[in-house]
Design a protein around this ligand. Structure first.
Ligand code: X8Z
Ligand code: ZN
Length: 617
């Protein structure tokens, strides 16, 4: 089932789990006896893995359907069904993880079996301890939090406004009082009520992680990257330091423009940026306020994707078809009919759903779907490509065995569609008839094009990092319920240089207002993806023989690139991620170099603009 960007169900990183029927329980007992009587052999381990994969596969197909229904029709009943399916899955996956640990040191294991045992042991997003009732309580809380987010409302001018509408309004509204109202109401109404449940959930999951031999859940999450967990944490820091100078320049320049527009009372000249002014509820991507920062002349890029979509009468389906068209141009098979029949493209009017976008693989074969509440705007056009990247990845590796039905690491899975979307250059928009040839910005607008991209891509980097810096702290106990909110606000200030538009009350729980916290979706994957997508894009452009400035490259229609990409995708999780990276890019290192190279002309320009200003916060 593996859902990307999904939730409640995401209690298992292993999409699946359970099936505990009595016959099977008996079988486990026999296995256990055997292990006690005679030392297990490598062959026993292989047999165990094969059986585990079958159980997980079967469970995942059933559970995915339950989760799908819950996410697209939130009621008490579907919550109960999802929590029950989740509990079954937790029990199955924990049971298998405990057994996998016993096989880990068996002599003569093949690298493949060893790798699968590691995945069984470490691949659970939220484990529960084997204590009676723990899996049930954990899943009831996780389902409740996920659904609470789906049902969440804020206010605008005193009137209720739902999640997808408020998200879009934060992108277009320029009235600082209304922005503040939306920001504050969303954080108070959605986040705050979750705090106690969240704390309880963390306690249970940590107990589960300890039973499986991990220090805490965060250590378990960090163990999934083909390297020691501490090295992985260090790697994320190294990557951040590579790109931080670029972020700092962008922050300085943007703050200045906001100060010019709104004045000192709304956005002071120094210090952090007010979080609600950046065109996004979480200040995670700033592209929506491009018009505020666009430099005269060079910044006048002459088009805006939202406007183009509207002018050309795009509707949600037409947007999805355009996304599919890109993949088809690379030689990928068309999406199955069932994709169009079964996906949720727009928000149903008559019921609560989880609007946060996700990509689903229901049957681990070809029943792939997206779940979105698409609006006709540039953000959702990009998100469609992002989600389709997940679906094409899922389909490319569907021949693999269950424990290899995944990305090389989770950052890869998040990066594929984004790498495609980087190829949506003005020239590409002409090719698909969204833009007229006469509107293609000339080379003297390059800074504008780069700045527009940086507002989304570079601005995201510190946010991508801090969400799990916060969660790692929560799981290791250095952040406690008393300090949940202050620690979140402090990290937002430290990494992003932003500040809430209003003082936060003592009972606030602002992290809960970001989907992935109640949805229990690990977030470091998006930080990695922001870096990796530039590595993928550059490799694709090199393979296409592109010689101009990197940001003008589009590999649309290049089947050679498609073949190479597919070679990486079809590996799934069968090899350590450096092997997959090497297959497509020729390097075994994740590195910020491709990203900084892409933005190099902009970085020089920003430095120039910021001369004499006191940057930082
Ligand atoms: O959650 C997502 C996707 C689903 S996997 C829409 N993203 C992150 C977010 O929205 O916070 C994509 C970019 C970052
Ligand atoms: Zn995603």
């Amino acid at each position: 089932m593996r859902k990307f960007g999904k939730t409640a169900a995401s209690v298992l990183a292993l999409a699946s789990v359970a099936m505990a029927a009595p016959a099977m329980a008996k079988h486990h007992e026999n296995d256990d006896k055997k292990m006690e009587e005679t030392a297990p052999t490598a062959q026993d381990a292989e047999k165990f893995v094969a059986k585990a994969e079958k159980k997980l596969f079967d469970y995942s197909v059933e559970a995915s359907k339950v989760y799908w229904i819950n996410s697209t029709y939130i009621t008490q009943d579907t919550d109960a069904l999802a929590a029950a399916a989740g509990a079954e899955g937790t029990e199955l996956s924990v049971n298998l993880a405990l057994k996998a640990a016993k096989y880990a040191d068996v002599a003569g294991l093949s690298p493949e079996t060893k790798r699968k045992l590691d995945k069984l042991r470490g691949g659970i997003v939220l484990p529960a301890p084997t204590t009676e009732g723990a899996a049930t309580e954990l899943n009831e809380i996780a389902t409740k939090l996920n659904s609470a987010y789906g049902k969440g409302m804020g206010t605008l001018e005193g009137k209720p406004i739902n999640g997808s509408d408020i998200e879009a309004a934060m992108g277009t509204n320029r009235n600082p009082d209304q922005l503040k109202e939306m920001w504050e109401s969303w954080h108070n109404q959605v986040g705050a009520p979750m705090k106690d449940d969240y704390a309880r959930m963390v306690g249970i999951a940590n107990e589960g992680a300890k039973e499986l031999g991990f220090k805490d859940v965060g250590a378990m999450w960090r163990s999934g990257y083909d390297m020691p967990a501490d090295d992985f944490a260090a790697l994320t820091e190294t990557l951040w330091q590579e790109v931080k100078p670029l972020y700092d320049e962008l922050h300085c320049y943007t703050r200045d423009k906001l100060n010019e527009k709104y004045g000192d009372d709304v956005q002071p000249e120094s210090g952090p940026i007010r979080a609600d002014l950046l065109g996004n509820m979480w200040a995670q991507e700033w592209g929506n306020i491009y018009e505020i920062v666009a430099p005269e002349g060079a910044g006048d890029i002459g088009f805006d994707v939202t406007e183009l979509l509207t002018e050309k009468d795009y509707d949600p389906i037409k947007m999805v078809k355009a996304g599919e068209g890109f993949f088809s141009s690379l030689g990928f098979e068309p999406l199955p009919e069932t994709f169009y029949e079964r996906s949720q493209f727009v928000k149903p009017q008559d019921r609560d759903v989880v609007c946060h976008a996700s990509a689903w693989n229901i049957d681990n074969v070809d029943d792939i779907r997206i779940k979105m509440c698409i609006k006709v705007n540039g953000d959702d056009f990009t998100t469609i490509h992002h989600e389709l990247g997940h679906n094409y990845y899922q389909r490319a590796y569907n021949q693999k065995s269950y424990l290899h039905l995944d990305g090389a690491n989770d950052g890869f899975h998040e990066a594929i569609g984004d790498a495609i979307a980087l190829s949506m250059t003005p020239e590409y928009l002409v090719q698909i008839d969204l833009l007229d040839e006469s509107q293609v910005p000339s080379a003297d607008k390059d800074i504008g094009l780069l700045l527009r991209q940086a507002m989304d891509k570079v601005a995201f980097l510190p946010f991508g990092l801090l969400v799990d810096r916060w969660r790692w702290g929560v799981f290791d106990g250095s952040i406690t319920p008393d300090t949940y909110n202050q620690a979140w606000t402090d990290l937002r200030r430290q990494y992003q240089g932003i500040t809430p538009p209003v003082d936060r009350p003592a009972d606030a729980f602002d992290p809960g207002a970001k989907y992935h916290i109640p949805g229990n979706t690990p977030y470091t994957r998006y930080f990695l993806a922001r870096i990796l997508q530039f590595q993928f894009y550059k490799a694709a452009c090199d393979a296409a023989g592109w010689e101009g400035p990197l940001h003008r490259c589009s590999f649309y229609g290049n089947e050679e690139v498609g073949k190479r990409l597919n070679a990486m995708l079809e590996m799934g999780a069968s090899k350590p991620w450096p092997d997959a990276l090497e297959a497509f890019t020729g390097t075994r290192e994740m590195s910020g170099k491709a990203l900084t190279e892409y933005f190099a002309p902009l970085q020089g320009w920003l430095k120039e603009q910021n001369k004499g200003k006191s940057c930082g916060w």
